[in-house]
Structures are given as structure tokens and as C-alpha cells.
Design a protein around this ligand. Structure first.
Ligand SMILES: O=P(O)(O)OC[C@H]1O[C@](O)(COP(=O)(O)O)[C@@H](O)[C@@H]1O
Ligand SMILES: [Mg+2]
Ligand SMILES: [Mg+2]
Length: 349
């Protein structure tokens, strides 16, 4: 196990005086300090303030918990001390202008997995770092976040789990740091993660089975048939309902995650937000040798049309992600079934 601290890692990333790299490193440093504060509040659970309550709805219509708002305040405040021009958050309808001449923009999901807050299950903070000048209409807060995820300078998430961990990529591998209570610093736990190409585990909210399209149902049916089915091997299933926790597991032991679009009202593009959830996760997954699509198209190639837009998401082990794309685009190439999409399925009556 490598034992470099986050700060040592950031110093070596900056190297000799590159302004953009220095800005990225300074921002990650500030984010890490803010995450430790959020962690302290989470550790107190219902014994502390800012925990159990529910507010109205955020800009996207999701129920907003006190902890969502508290985390947003902490990270926004931290970004006032970082070289950030614009701060966009799941919890705020519009981006906030911080330092107009700063080189970076940050898009953040301050508290991911909100539905798990009360249940003592891992939650997190996801962030995406973009050049503040990289979009048409540069320096226009609304436009600066509408860049493809491929433009990201770095991305990461904190997971407030049994350990406080930071999963980070600055464009050269995906690294995991864990907060050491002894050192009071994030320490590198793995040099760089590699997601195995082959998956044995899939993650999807199967309660939505009846709302999925045929390609997704067929894929899941085939996994569930295990060794006796067309896959010829058994699959395990996990769904934590906390994107950071599902992603962390896939980075550690492989697997595939799906949050497809479905027929429920408001879910035609799935649930996850492109700019501050799918893009940073896709960046981390690709940097770990995995793949991420909207079931067919690479997530990092999508051009966002609005800050809070949703997208279907499939990510993880590359062979599995590619296979899921084929269920959508050329189903006849999958296995020997014919006719395709016949009226069958394990969940069907
Ligand atoms: O409750 P569902 O529909 O299974 O959705 C779970 C998904 O929603 C999310 O909680 C959405 O994120 P937020 O909590 O930030 O809104 C993801 O973390 C998770 O993967
Ligand atoms: Mg989220
Ligand atoms: Mg959130």
C-alpha cells in the first residue's frame, strides 16, 4: 500500500508552476477540508444539528433534507477560498459567481444518497472541475457548465462511509485516499484502481422492472438466469441507492451499475444528473479502465443542454457496459435468442 498523503499527491501533480494545475490542487485541498467538516456532522447523526429534517424541494423537484442544504453551505463557503469562478450545485437553481477571473468552475452534488441519511448508510459528495473559460459564452454562468464531461480537469467524490474516503482523478488514473485519524490527513490507500473488464455483479433498482424498456429487462433477465441462462455463469446483485457507494464498490471489486430511463413520470431520462453526477462518475470510471454510457453513447461525449438535466447511466466493467449497449443497438448479436424480446422474463407473471 502506498502511503503518500493527499497533499503530497497534489504537490507532485502541480509540478513546476502550472497555473491551472495549481488551481485544481488548491481546490481539491479546500474540498477535502470541507468534507471533514461534513463528516463530523454526519458522525453525530440525530444527536447533532442539521440532520434529520426535511425542507421543501430543490431546483429539480427532489425532496431537500437539512443535510443537503448544510453540506451545500459548507462546500460553497470552502469554494470562496479556492480559485473558483462559478459554483453550481444540485441544491441551487443557478450557479453562483465567486471570483470572476478565477480559472475553474465546479459542479457539485453536495450530498449524494440523501434517501439514506436517516438509515446510517454511506452517503457522499460528488464534484466535477471544469475550465471556467472552456464553454461558448465563457464566463456566462449558465453556459460554462454546458461543456461535455470530456473537458473535465478532474473529478472525484467523498464517501462518508465506515471510512471517510476520497476517490479522485486528475486525468491520470483514479486514486483512493482515506482519512487517517492518526495523521489528520488523507492518505493514499490504493495507487490507482483498475476495474476488471469482466463483471460478476450488477446494480439496479429492480423495483422499477415493469417500467424499464425491453433491452434493460432482457439484460437483467439474462443475468438472473445465471449459469443456466445465456450468460452461462451466476451473477450477484447489489443496490445501495447511494451512487457513491455503488461506484466505490465497483472501483474496488468490479461490476456494473444501471440507472436507465423508464416509463415513470419524470424518469424518461433516468434519475441521475449529467453535470454533477454522471460526468464526474464517468470520468473516474474511465480513468480506472471502465466504461460509462447513457446505455449507448459515452457519457463524457454528451453535450449538456441544461445544468440540472438528467441522463440514463450505465457504468463499470467495460465488457458489461459494452454488452448492455448491444442489447439496445443490435440485440440480435446477443446470444442465440430468436425472436428477440419475446414475451418472457423472470419477473413477469
Ligand atoms: O431511490 P432510487 O430511485 O433507487 O435512486 C437512488 C439514486 O438516487 C440518488 O440518491 C440520487 O442522488 P441524490 O441523493 O443526490 O438526489 C443516487 O445516489 C442513487 O443512486
Ligand atoms: Mg446525487
Ligand atoms: Mg444530492
Amino acid at each position: 500500500m502506498a502511503a503518500a498523503t493527499l497533499d503530497a499527491f497534489l504537490n507532485s501533480y502541480v509540478g513546476e508552476g502550472d497555473r491551472l494545475r495549481s488551481a485544481v490542487a488548491a481546490t481539491v485541498h479546500q474540498l477535502a477540508e470541507a468534507a471533514v467538516k461534513v463528516r463530523h456532522t454526519i458522525n453525530q447523526g440525530v444527536l447533532g444539528a442539521a440532520f434529520a429534517g426535511t425542507r421543501g424541494a430543490n431546483s429539480d423537484g427532489d425532496v431537500q433534507k437539512d443535510l443537503d442544504v448544510y453540506a451545500d453551505d459548507i462546500f460553497l463557503d470552502a469554494m470562496r477560498h479556492a480559485p473558483i469562478a462559478f459554483y453550481a450545485s444540485e441544491e441551487l437553481e443557478q450557479p453562483v459567481l465567486l471570483q470572476a477571473d478565477a480559472p475553474l468552475a465546479i459542479a457539485i452534488d453536495p450530498l449524494d444518497g440523501s434517501s439514506n441519511i436517516d438509515t446510517n448508510v454511506s452517503i457522499g459528495t460528488i464534484f466535477s472541475l471544469l475550465p471556467a473559460t472552456g464553454a461558448p459564452g465563457a464566463k456566462n454562468p449558465a453556459a460554462v457548465f454546458l461543456q461535455a464531461g470530456a473537458n473535465q480537469l478532474g473529478a472525484g467524490f467523498f464517501i462518508y462511509g465506515p471510512q471517510l474516503a476520497l476517490v479522485l482523478s486528475l486525468g491520470s488514473g483514479t486514486h483512493v485516499f482515506v482519512l487517517s485519524n492518526r495523521l489528520g490527513a488523507f492518505v493514499q490507500a490504493y495507487e490507482s484502481r483498475i476495474i476488471p473488464a469482466r463483471a460478476h455483479e450488477f446494480a439496479i433498482n429492480a423495483a422499477n422492472y415493469r417500467h424499464w424498456d425491453e433491452a434493460v429487462r432482457l439484460y437483467v433477465d439474462d443475468c438472473l438466469k445465471g449459469a443456466e441462462g445465456p450468460r452461462g455463469r451466476d451473477f450477484n446483485m447489489r443496490w445501495i441507492a447511494s451512487l457513491v457507494a455503488d461506484c466505490y464498490r465497483i472501483l474496488i471489486r468490479g461490476g456494473v451499475f444501471l440507472y436507465p430511463g423508464d416509463q415513470r413520470k419524470g424518469y424518461h431520462q433516468g434519475r441521475l444528473r449529467l453535470v454533477y453526477e454522471a460526468n464526474p462518475i464517468a470520468y473516474l470510471v474511465e480513468q480506472a479502465g471502465g466504461a460509462a454510457t447513457d446505455t449507448v453513447t459515452r457519457i463524457l461525449d454528451l453535450e449538456p443542454e441544461s445544468l440540472h438535466q438528467r441522463t440514463p447511466v450505465v457504468f463499470g466493467s467495460s465488457r458489461e457496459v459494452n454488452r448492455i449497449a448491444r442489447y439496445h443497438t443490435e440485440p440480435s448479436s446477443i446470444g442465440e435468442r430468436a425472436p428477440l424480446f419475446s414475451n418472457r422474463g423472470l419477473f413477469r407473471a
